[in-house]
Design a protein around this ligand. Structure first.
Ligand SMILES: [Zn+2]
Length: 51
């Protein structure tokens, strides 16, 4: 069994459409924080999902 991650943001409602490996999900989280100035780390979560 393996796990992937999706990125969610409760500030703007963003949800990544792809299931990603943890490292890529982390990169996407930081990309989202840079792109959306209103969103902060407390809003963005990595959600673990079964692949
Ligand atoms: Zn956001």
């Amino acid at each position: 069994m393996s796990w992937s991650y999706i990125v969610t943001c409760k500030k703007c409602g963003y949800i990544s459409s792809e299931k990603l490996p943890e490292k890529e999900a982390r990169d996407l989280k930081y990309a989202h924080l840079e792109a959306s100035k209103d969103c902060s780390t407390g809003h963005v979560n990595l959600m673990k999902v079964r692949t």
